[in-house]
Design a protein around this ligand. Sequence first.
Ligand SMILES: [Mg+2]
Length: 382
Amino acid sequence: MTVIDNRASRYTEVAVAITCPCCGAEFDATLFQFGHRVRCQCGVEIEYPGALQRAGHVLTQGDVEVTAHEDRCIGCLLGSACGDILGAAVEGWSASDIRQSFIELRDFLDTDRGFGRYTDDTQMTLALAASLVEHGRVDAEPVSAKYAEFYEPRRGYGGAAHRVMRLLQAGGDYRGTGRLQFPEGSFGNGGAMRIAPVGLVYRHADDKMLARAVEDALLCTHVHPEAIDGALVQAKAVAIAATTAPESFDPERVVHVVSRTCRTEIMQAKLRILADGLRHADDDLFVIAGVGNGIRASQAVAAALWAFLRRWNTPEECVIRAVNFGGDTDTIGAMAGALVGALHGTAWIPARWHDNIENGPHGRDEIVALARRLAGLNLQGD
Ligand SMILES: [Mg+2]
């Protein structure tokens, strides 16, 4: 038996495809479990290769197996946390201020929250993921309660978000809190920053079902069309990344597909700048000047997507560039990290980041456990 594309993972072995030794037919390795046999169409019985060895790790019967999709889910959540932590130290800085201080910021820095501590972006992502695995889908009421349950004031939430979380904790109606600050709702990126788990779970859903899940995930904080659309574009991009083999990734096709999903003119205009940027090989400075890097959903989502489209094949550099664009750096970094993690899994995450992600309550080990459970969900309608 030949195991092809035996992709590395930070956690255990990921065998992507297994070929029949008789007729050469290929099987998705995620169909196999330890000790299981699958009968090929040619009649030969194929058994999962139970003792693959890579990087000194041998799988044994008692190991928890990580499938290729699980590895992408773990990579997506950990990648997002890494971008958030890296960017948190320079949130609100301009690109030139970051360059003057660090040339290029590549390592976590100590902040007043502590070294390796994530911000509201990761905290709300984990709350959304936890609600998804508990209820098996996005449901606005329990999701809102979960945000309030996870809320810690020192995680860098915006002023309006503090009020919303406190109101929800006090039993406020989740259907009204999204209009607390402005009657039309906030157009900020606080919905897009946390939406990656929805992209993973609804990766095969149609756009209507995906949009409904995004709206429900955002309802208690973001009801403005721009905020919803930014989150929808990010969720769609995560879904595409999670279902695309890295070797066949095509950035121009991704822009095309998310443009069809996108529903507002302001987001469409940003996506046109990204498409032009790819076509003309524009530099980062030019594209980011065009789309912006602020707290508006359309700006931050476009900036993160640009980092991904330009550097999808060098994931660590993608996250570093996203943060070094300046502006809302933790959010742009988190969204770029979610995208490259969904595409590549975990193997790319450098040890200096991975090993320094906080690991107390709701820390790294819990993030991995949550991602494994997310991987079991695949919602695609009736
Ligand atoms: Mg933040």
